[in-house]
Design a protein around this ligand. Sequence first.
Ligand code: UN1
Length: 506
Amino acid sequence: MKEFLKTLGLTEDNDGSSTGQQGMHNPDQHLESHSPVDGALIGRVSVTTPEQYAQIVGAATAAFADWRMVPAPQRGEIVRQYGQALRENKDALGRLVSYEMGKSLQEGWGEVQEMIDICDFAVGLSRQLYGFTMHSERVLHRMYEQYHPLGIVGIISAFNFPVAVWSWNAMLALVCGDVVIWKPSEKAPLCGVACQKIWAQVAANNKLSEGICSLINGDYTVGELMTKDGRVPLVSATGSTRMGKIVAQTVAGRLGKTLLELGGNNAIIITPSADMDLVLTGALFGAVGTCGQRCTSTRRLIIHESRYEEVRDKLAAAYGQLSIGDPLDEGNHVGPLIDTDSVNTYLKAIEGIKAEGGTMVVDGGRIDGLGSDCYVKPCIAEVATDSAMAQQETFAPILYLMKYSTLEEAIAIQNSVPQGLSSAIMTTNMRESERFLSAMGSDCGIANVNIGTSGAEIGGAFGGEKETGGGRESGSDSWKAYMRRQTNTINYSTELPLAQGITFDL
Ligand code: UN1
């Protein structure tokens, strides 16, 4: 067994359900986690039964009764300790992320760093859960608003950021006074178990009640236990648009709240004045980083006709320099896709591109002999601006090149897809960048200038429009999604004047 697995307390068989400190095992059903790096079985994680789920919700409900009354800065202190524990486990957890998910070790550590950063952010936030005060229209009255915790927050996360996405939601929810139940992706369940074990230690050190942070595991049927459960007021889900629509409809059916972070189809517009060094780094990292499996991955380059050949040829040359292989080897830039289903989707997309008349600039295909069947070549295709393939998010390293002549046209192409997560423009022309950022510019939740589409910082609100789902998590005032707002009006006079000047005398 690998050393970092031992460091994180993982074994061959792991409890997939836990109410804080207490692990629960289901002897009958397991998820098997195979590494896309070398195909090896890393470990098994037990699936949550409906009975275990009922116990977990019970523990979470009981924990919430206490946790909501802990002063927010003290809740922040617990999150600070979680952040400290992550610092101590950064190396091992980053290695697990890399080994279980397949992203490069640098990116695995980077993901744990994002967790540490959101802990720091949440600690500060725990003293800044501000509401407004208003002036009442009535004499000797006071009006203000305050934010209260919601209760149980359900988190459904995806395989591509198997630890960070949970922490963006959970650390904010915790300082807000909520309790959390997490269902990690069934493609990276050990990452969930590892984070839960770190939590269990922090909870035990502080003698905290069970169920402040719980873990459940399994496929969509386990997720459904939460989405259908009226005791879970908010479900935050990250994943495909298909999954998000089902979650949204199920939760809306009981008038619960959702926070959705779904697909992206992110483009970089490359203008005549673009700085070519920035273009190359931004586009390359955006398109091949995490093997094209970020929601924010760059999928489309919309290039001004005057720079088209230059960008195409330089990028093709850069793709030739990429080393693909074991992501735990720091010499490699690109690791495997998550599984063979993903490889098949990628291969089918390439067929689709060819069928609709696209031309491969850099050929794709499976790479054999690298340790598993999940390694593929990052590829580049030239397509028409109305390409149907380029309308879809294929979660793989396929980059589409398109040509434009006016900025208006470029913005129209960029906004023509159903998704609206991240976008970027490469320009040194102030008029162009301001147009891109204006109301008639990018329609995405994230719009960058001279930066690629991926690699957002935690300090900003993260999320997007249209089929991306509209949710915002992480920084800025995203915390408000995890609380309920209450408007309070207090009369300290001896009269009861009615609002709007109404009199109601008997
Ligand atoms: C995701 O792909 O779901 O901007 C999240 C980025 C990361 C987050 C990506 N900070 O690439």
